[in-house]
Write a new protein. Structure first.
Length: 468
């Protein structure tokens, strides 16, 4: 199936960033964003009633309730699959195996497909639904595309990819991993058991296989290769897919270059971790201890353990919303913690929220986003450098690196590909060199460009001008 022009451009840019051994979103990780207009990127969290009812929206970071209202009740749910913010739809599986969608613009609920046993969402917002007979249907901008081949069995993990294919990690030890698309034959590979993670673009899957980490790349001539890590227990990728995080049985956390397999850094955790979870911007890493109900919060840029919080672990929470808000279940409530402050103090609570499903979104209703944009503009005007050149615009950050040569080389490659890229030098010694696109005249133009990238990005404001 051919990609739409905007998807083709996104795939080309994403491929360039991932293929550049010097680039990627982080050499260690994107540094924590300082308090500035950049920290007010639209962010919310959707409350989806597990037992059915009206969805509700809360603003980040204080969890105040949004003015947004759902028009129709949701049925009882099995799982929230994810959101396609370009189409303004949140997808879920209900208790009767229907794939349904909640339209954020209209507030209405629509059924897309019945008899669905599992589903996943891809990096471009496409949804992959597997019915009870193993038939895969991909929804691209709400239009269904049925795959030629079927999945052989149930999966413990499904990953949509930027090229429109689906990767399935089998639930059975005796089954092979499968990669299939609408017009391509199914590719298979024998993978070991263990914790699995995929890059944001779905081009690479990592499996923690105790004595090593197995990397599975369906489109490569050699589908699998290994990285030696003793007693690997849990894996996660940085947002760009450039760095791989591996937790081992000895309480160590390794940061590994996904291309060379070299260990770049080791972080000492309080103990062994059995699951890892990153945030959208690469600033934070959450680790689930092997025992007990708590979460270790790691500042990925510095390698510092920012704190330990008591919370259970499920597929939706804990999660980082916005740039520095941690969402977790605290008893019967939903709690928000401020990751930018020492001690991770509370920034908001939703009483009785623990029983429901929560989905962080980089979205707010148009009226509330306009209010946020006005606040951004006022803050930028009050803090902008008076020496800023006329016409200094807004930029879109796509990558971060501690190595200035790597950042510069990536920017040069992007410019050679016709993309307006440059480098923001660090303001402080512990920050990174950031590769940005732009400038854009308005935040709206930058955000529109970001939707076509097919990879994580966010807006930075005029006072952070690129180096000349």
């Amino acid at each position: 199936m051919a990609l739409a022009p905007e998807c083709a451009r996104a795939a080309a840019l994403a491929a360039l960033v991932l293929a550049t051994g010097c680039g990627g979103r982080s050499t260690t990780a994107v540094p924590r964003l300082p308090e500035s207009p950049r920290a007010t990127t639209p962010a919310s969290v959707l409350r989806v009633p597990r037992g059915g009812g009206l969805a509700r929206l809360y603003r980040i970071p204080d969890l105040s309730e949004s003015e947004w209202k759902a028009r129709e009740k949701l049925p009882a749910l099995k799982q929230v699959v994810g959101g396609d913010l370009e189409q303004r739809i949140v997808f879920a599986l209900d208790a009767k195996r229907n794939l349904i969608g909640l339209d954020l613009e209209s507030g209405h609920v629509r059924t897309f497909l019945p008899e669905v046993r599992e589903a996943a969402i891809g990096p471009d917002g496409s949804v992959y639904a597997v019915d009870t007979g193993g038939v895969v249907t991909q929804f691209v901008r709400r239009a269904p595309v049925r795959f030629r081949d079927r999945l052989a069995g149930t999966s413990r993990a499904l990953y949509g990819t930027m090229d429109g294919s689906l990767i399935a990690i089998p639930a059975s030890e005796r089954s092979d991993a499968e990669a299939l698309g609408p017009d391509q034959a199914t590719g298979r590979a024998a993978l070991p058991r263990g914790d699995a993670a995929a890059t944001f673009l779905g081009d690479l899957v990592a499996i923690a296989a105790d004595s090593a980490v197995v990397l599975y790349q369906p489109q490569a001539k050699r589908a699998t290769r290994t990285v030696d890590v003793e007693h690997a227990r849990a894996v996660a990728f940085s947002p760009s897919g450039h760095r791989l995080y591996v937790a081992d049985a000895g309480g160590g956390l390794r940061i590994i270059d996904r291309f060379s397999g070299e260990t770049l850094k080791r972080i000492a955790l309080p103990g062994p971790a059995r699951e890892l979870r990153g945030d959208f911007y690469g600033a934070w890493l959450l680790a689930r201890p092997e025992r007990g109900d708590s979460v270790w919060v790691v500042d990925a840029a510095s390698g510092r353990i920012a704190g330990t919080v008591l919370s259970g672990w499920s597929y939706d929470l804990p999660a980082v919303a916005g740039h520095h808000t941690l969402l977790l279940r605290a008893g019967a409530d939903l709690s928000a913690r401020d990751l930018s402050a020492e001690g991770l103090p509370s920034s908001g609570t939703v009483e009785g929220g623990a029983a429901d499903i929560w989905l962080p979104l980089a979205w707010l209703p148009a009226t509330e986003e306009a209010q946020l944009a006005a606040a951004d503009s006022a803050a930028a005007d009050s803090t902008a450098d008076s020496a800023a050149p006329a016409g200094a615009g807004i930029y879109l950050q796509v990558s971060s690196s501690r190595n200035p040569s790597w950042a510069g080389e990536l920017a040069d490659k992007l410019k050679a590909a016709g993309v307006p890229a440059s480098v923001l030098p660090p303001k402080q010694g512990d920050e990174a060199y950031r590769v940005v696109l732009g400038p854009y005249a308005t935040r709206e133009q930058a955000e529109a460009a970001g939707k076509t990238l097919g990879m994580p990005s966010f807006v930075v404001t005029p006072q952070d001008r690129p180096a000349q």
